[in-house]
Design a protein around this ligand. Structure first.
Ligand code: DX5
Ligand code: ZN
Length: 224
């Protein structure tokens, strides 16, 4: 069963960020998800390009940078220069989405597009050929620790159909409220790349225990 776990450092202990990233790598994470928020597109403010550079120094895992910012095209070059492997922009912030996706690719990164819970994913059929990753938000972006919104399952199913029809190899990622109970329904709906923040970093058995629990939740269902 092919899938990827991408811990979001939004919920990491920032006093020990390096150690947290290294622990994720040792515990079998497949990427590090970095949530960039500007206080305008979303209410919260988080990380900038320097955090990407800091992560780049201590891990060889892909850095999956989720831009929740207005006018992302102004900042994409710096995120790419600091070592982002995947740059995901929000469909809602990009009036010229094809141009933005091309910009990301020309800088040598993989291009992703994200859709909020209230945004239709039908435009995906127009974008599938230009995408390396599709992110279906299962919470409204801005904060960690929110509850999974079930409409995401329906959208994942539709996104999977659109990608299959286009013969696209793009990763289908889900982000928000992923834990041991929501990960399998999301897998069943077609997601193969799972972002998890609070579940991993606030887990009673710490980071490795959180990642293992997610993997077990997928594995147990598979063999059931
Ligand atoms: C939300 C972010 C998420 C967040 C997920 O706006 O995009 O990546 O870190 O956190 P959890 O897993 O706690 O919902
Ligand atoms: Zn995110």
């Amino acid at each position: 069963m092919q899938y990827r776990i991408s811990p979001s450092i939004l919920s990491a202990d920032l006093n020990h960020l390096g150690e947290a990233v290294r622990t994720c790598e040792e515990a079998g994470a497949d990427a590090i998800h970095i949530d960039v928020m500007d206080g305008i597109y979303v209410p919260n403010i988080t990380f900038g390009p320097n955090i990407v550079a800091a992560c780049r120094k201590i891990t060889t895992l892909p850095l999956d940078v989720h831009l929740m910012i207005v006018e992302p095209e102004r900042h994409i070059p710096e995120f790419a220069a600091k070592g982002a492997d995947i740059i995901t922009v929000h469909y809602e912030t990009c009036p010229h989405i094809h141009r933005t996706l091309q910009q990301i690719k020309q800088l040598g990164a993989k291009a992703g597009v994200s859709f909020n819970p209230g945004t239709s994913i039908e435009p995906l059929s127009l974008l599938a050929d230009d995408l390396d990753l599709v992110l279906i938000m299962s919470v409204n972006p801005g904060f960690g620790g929110q509850k999974f919104i079930p409409v995401a399952l329906e959208k994942l199913r539709r996104a999977r159909q659109i990608l299959d029809l286009a013969e696209s190899e793009a990763h289908l990622q889900v982000d928000g409220g992923i834990d041991a109970s929501t990960i399998y329904p999301a897998f069943e709906a077609g997601a193969r790349n799972f972002v998890a923040g609070s579940f991993v970093f606030n887990h009673p058995k710490r980071i490795a225990g959180g990642i293992q629990d997610l993997k077990d939740a997928l594995g147990a269902q598979k063999s059931a």
